[in-house]
Structures are given as C-alpha cells and as structure tokens.
Design a protein around this ligand. Structure first.
Ligand code: NAD
Length: 255
C-alpha cells in the first residue's frame, strides 16, 4: 500500500513544513488550505520530491465539505492517513471576545477534527491501518490568559485524541496529539500583533516577555522537530504509540 496523507492547513506554516518532510519521505500528499496559491504549492512539492500531490480548499467550517475532502483524498490517493493541523487564533480578554470568533475557533480547531476523523474512520477500519495525528498545542495542556476559545478547543482535541485511540485500537488505527510551544508561522506573526495590542507592549516585548517567557528554552520550536515527530507517529511500526500527547514545548510544561 502506498503511503498517503491528508494534511489540513498544509499550504501554510506548520502544515507546509510537515508536508515537505512527508513528501521527502515518499508520501503522496493531499494539500489543503485557504491560501490562494495552494494548487501551485502542491504541484511544486510534488515535482520537487517526485510524489503525487493534490490540493483542496475545502472550508473546515462546513462539515459536509470536510466529508467530501476525505472522499476526494481517497479517490485521488487511495489510502488515507490524516494530520489534523489547520487552526486559527484570536486573542482577547473574555469580556470583549466576539462570540462569532469563539464559535469559529471551536469549529475549525476542534469540531473539524471530529468530522475529519469520523469520515476517514470507515476507510481506515477497512484497510486495518490508520494514523491520525492531531496538531494540538501546549495550550492543549496549559492555559494562557486572553485565549479562552483556543485553549478550550486545543484541550478538546487532546481529549478527542484519547477517545480515538481507544476506539481505533482493535483496527490498528492510532491517534496521537502533538503539542508544540511557539513556532514562527503566519499564525504567530498575527498573534504577536494582537498580543501587543492586548498587553500594550511592543512586538519585541511580546516575544520576550510573553511568548517565550514560559519556555525554558528561549527559542521558537523548529518546524522540522514537529514534522519529524509526525513522521515517527505515522510509521507502520508505530502501532503501540497511541492516545498520547507529544509536548514539543521547550520545557514549558515541565514547570
Ligand atoms: P497558519 O496560519 O500558518 O496555517 C493555518 C492553516 O489553516 C492555513 O493553511 C489556513 O488556510 C488553514 N485554515 C484556516 N482556517 C481554515 C478554514 N476555515 N478552512 C480550511 N482551512 C483553514 O498556522 P500555523 O501556525 O501553521 O498553525 C497550524 C496548527 O498548529 C494550528 O492548529 C495551530 O493552532 C497549531 N499550533 C501552532 C503553533 C504556533 O506557534 N504557530 C503552536 C502550537 C500549535
């Protein structure tokens, strides 16, 4: 069986970093995301690593579109592993937190994971093989102020990961979560701006005093560290690694 994977939100940031490493390791990839140059990214990486790629811009706010994305991946690539990576962030004190942003974050960061797993499940069960990797966050196990929606969604994903692991065990379907600290991506660049506003600090002060403050290692988490961890979790031999969280957080949660 050829190795293939759907990576949500893979036309930007961490997802793109993971996709590149998986392509380098011979995976066929269904790229996904809202970036306007998504098809071009998919095609360039396909050519670079000589692997099949496809691209979808399915909106994760729409559960029907998520089911169609899974079916499309099956049709185009055959088998399916799943990396639920897409996510958004919004930072605000609770009293000013717009309800629509709360609902959007819960929908994209948490509910979409459920819908994607649900749609992929029957295929994984049938092929007696499934690898689900959820990109949660250190905020899936720790909280920070002004991130009520994000922390709630990411904790939810960690809980969902454990349930999927239990239900998947009889079928060689594993499910794990990766919980990174800060990674320098467009999502974080935007957050630096939002945090600066919320805390009335300069952007440099936000990086120093807020973002990396809680990490013992004062460095952004390298994309490659996340991608290589995902690669290990996706391996055929990783049958017994399931239901757990991999915190790649520079020692944040050791405290
Ligand atoms: P990013 O903004 O660079 O990429 C997010 C991706 O999700 C994009 O491709 C975007 O198009 C896609 N997306 C957003 N809304 C969508 C929607 N409605 N439908 C379809 N696709 C949608 O972000 P990133 O920093 O690479 O984050 C990726 C994941 O990693 C997220 O789940 C994020 O919460 C998590 N994470 C990021 C960090 C960090 O520091 N960057 C740390 C921990 C966890």
């Amino acid at each position: 069986m050829s190795k293939s994977v759907l990576i949500t939100g893979s036309t930007s940031g961490i997802g793109l970093g993971i996709a590149e490493v998986f392509a380098k390791n011979g995976y066929q990839i269904m790229f996904h995301g809202l970036e306007v140059n998504g098809a071009e990214i998919a095609s360039n990486i396909g050519k670079k690593y000589k692997v099949n790629t496809a691209y979808s811009n399915a909106n994760l706010l729409d559960s029907t579109a998520i089911t169609q994305l899974i079916e499309e991946t099956r049709r185009q690539l055959g088998s399916i592993d799943l990396i639920n990576n897409a996510g958004i962030q919004y930072v605000s004190p609770i009293e000013d937190f717009p309800n629509e942003m709360y609902e959007k974050i819960i929908a994209i960061n948490m509910n979409a994971v459920f819908y994607a797993c649900k749609a992929a499940w029957k295929h994984m069960k049938k092929q007696k093989f499934g690898r689900i990797i959820n990109i949660s966050s250190v905020h899936g196990i720790r909280a920070s102020e002004f991130k009520s929606a994000y922390v709630t969604a990411k904790h939810g994903v960690v809980g969902m990961t454990k349930v999927m692991a239990l239900e998947g065990a009889p079928y060689n379907i594993t499910c794990n979560a990766i919980c990174p600290g800060y990674v320098k991506t467009p999502l974080v660049e935007n957050q630096i701006k939002d945090q600066a506003k919320a805390h009335q600090l300069s952007e440099d002060e936000v990086i120093e005093k807020i973002m990396l403050k809680k990490q013992a290692v004062k460095e952004f988490i390298p994309m490659e560290t996340i991608a290589e961890t995902a690669l290990l979790l996706a391996a055929a031999h990783a049958t017994t690694i399931t239901g757990t969280t991999f915190t790649l957080d520079g020692g944040w949660s050791a405290q």
